[in-house]
Design a protein around this ligand. Structure first.
Ligand code: PMP
Ligand code: GLU
Length: 404
């Protein structure tokens, strides 16, 4: 029997939107756990560490001091000033507090930036593999996401030639993510400069630079796109607290942009959500000002886990796995296993099937490649305990060996 809601008309852009694959896999893994299956979830990109103590203490102090009211829409001045000092100190870029908008996570900052800039008829360049939400945010603004493939041989980095070929007179925005989710690749400064060189010939194109994994980096140098000559005026930098400070649940991110774009983002925020949580903002100030030892310890742990996961993946015949230099993801190419048969007689046609098989038959949750625009890969997050990672790797190895 059909219910009356089956034919309910929704906003056409919502209807056209794909649900977030990362969040969907997280829920699916949790649901299987509730059913009693011992799932190891390497699906969501979320540090398993507690938020460092000085940050939590600042949050508790904010509550105790009654700092529990609405704040200025773009965030308290104290936080925006601390963010400006961070840009100076870490990135060599100078912003004024009016150019900073603090939001409920970097996800919201990205959405604000895209909606502030893009319109129907605009094209948004999204190098693949991309983080799942970029094309959906672009499409929701009315713009057209244009996926630009990259190659595993080039560590999944966009080349200046591919960028130049993709730009049309409709191109409004280029999305960059370094260190990258889902591949962990980091653009060396010289390669960013080569991309900037292409953009210098195309004044209408802005860059949305997602630098949320800036501090989660190994043996590589992070360069802020806005710090490249002439690029600050055309760049919106997005960053946040979720990853480096293990603050996913606090919900705090920010953007830094030329004043008219920051003003437009603030206007949207003012009508949709207002400022982020007052308590979280005080915690954010503490995060930016604290001694960085807890961050270094987390990054050192991520590095040890990365090494184990990459070594174990590479030891499996047929797996191709570039070494990630940042973030906490690996994106192995598992296309060798597509077309093979599972022990129950079903065929593993693609990454979606492989992901489903690993979850249902071996209790490991990963995220399938199609959601990232590069169907040969699967994303594995190694922001989990070493014990869980070893168990997951045993299961993946067994699962892949069982295909024939
Ligand atoms: N950008 C990237 C590349 C991410 O991986 C995430 C993680 N969810 C975000 C933005 C958003 O982070 P948050 O909203 O938790 O600040
Ligand atoms: N950024 C994380 C991920 O990619 C968290 C999930 C999300 O916000 O989409 O898994």
């Amino acid at each position: 029997m059909s219910s009356s809601t089956d034919s309910l008309r929704l906003n056409a852009r919502v209807d056209a939107m794909q649900p977030s694959a990362t969040l969907a896999m997280k829920s699916r893994a949790e649901e299987r756990r509730r059913q009693g299956h011992p799932v190891v979830a390497l699906s969501a990109g979320e540090p398993d560490f507690d938020t460092p103590q000085p940050i939590s203490d600042a949050g508790v102090r904010a509550i105790r001091n009654g700092f529990t009211h609405y704040t200025e829409n773009t965030g308290i001045l104290e936080l925006r000033e601390a963010i400006c000092r961070k840009f100076d100190r870490d990135n060599g870029v100078s912003y004024s507090p009016e150019q900073i908008v603090c939001s409920n996570g970097a996800k919201q900052s990205l959405a604000l930036a895209i909606h502030a800039l893009c319109d129907a008829g605009d094209e948004v360049l999204v190098p693949a593999p991309y983080w799942v939400s970029y094309p959906e945010m672009a499409r929701f603004s009315g713009a057209e996401p244009v996926v630009v493939p990259t190659r595993v041989e080039n560590n999944y980095r966009l080349t200046p030639e591919a960028l130049d070929d993709a730009i049309t007179d409709k191109t409004r925005l280029l999305l960059l993510c370094t260190p990258s989710n889902p591949t962990g690749t980091v653009y060396p400064p010289a390669e960013l400069e080569a991309l900037a060189e292409v953009l210098r010939d195309h004044e209408q194109v802005f860059v949305l630079s997602d630098e949320i994994y800036e501090h989660v980096i190994y043996d590589a140098e992070h360069r802020a796109f806005a710090s490249l000559p002439g690029m600050k005026e055309r760049t919106i930098t997005v960053n946040g607290f979720s990853k480096a400070y293990a603050m996913t649940g606090w919900r705090l991110g920010y953007l830094a942009a030329p004043a008219p774009i920051a003003g437009a983002a603030a206007k949207i925020q003012g009508q949709f959500t207002s400022a982020p949580c007052s308590i979280t903002q005080k915690a954010g100030v503490a995060a930016l000002e604290m001694d960085k030892a807890p961050v270094d310890e987390m990054v050192a742990a991520f590095r040890r886990r990365r090494d184990v996961v990459v070594d174990r993946l590479r030891a499996i015949d047929g797996v191709r796995c570039p070494t990630p230099e940042g973030a906490f993801y690996v994106y192995p190419d598992l296309s060798h296993f597509f077309g093979l048969e599972a022990p129950d007689g079903s065929t593993i046609a693609d990454g979606d099937d492989l992901c489903f098989y690993l979850l249902e038959a071996h209790n490991v949750a990963l995220v399938p490649g199609p959601a990232f625009g590069e169907p040969k890969g699967l994303r594995l997050s190694y922001a989990s305990s070493m014990e869980d990672l070893e168990t997951a790797m045993d299961r993946i190895e067994t699962g892949l060996h069982a295909l024939g």
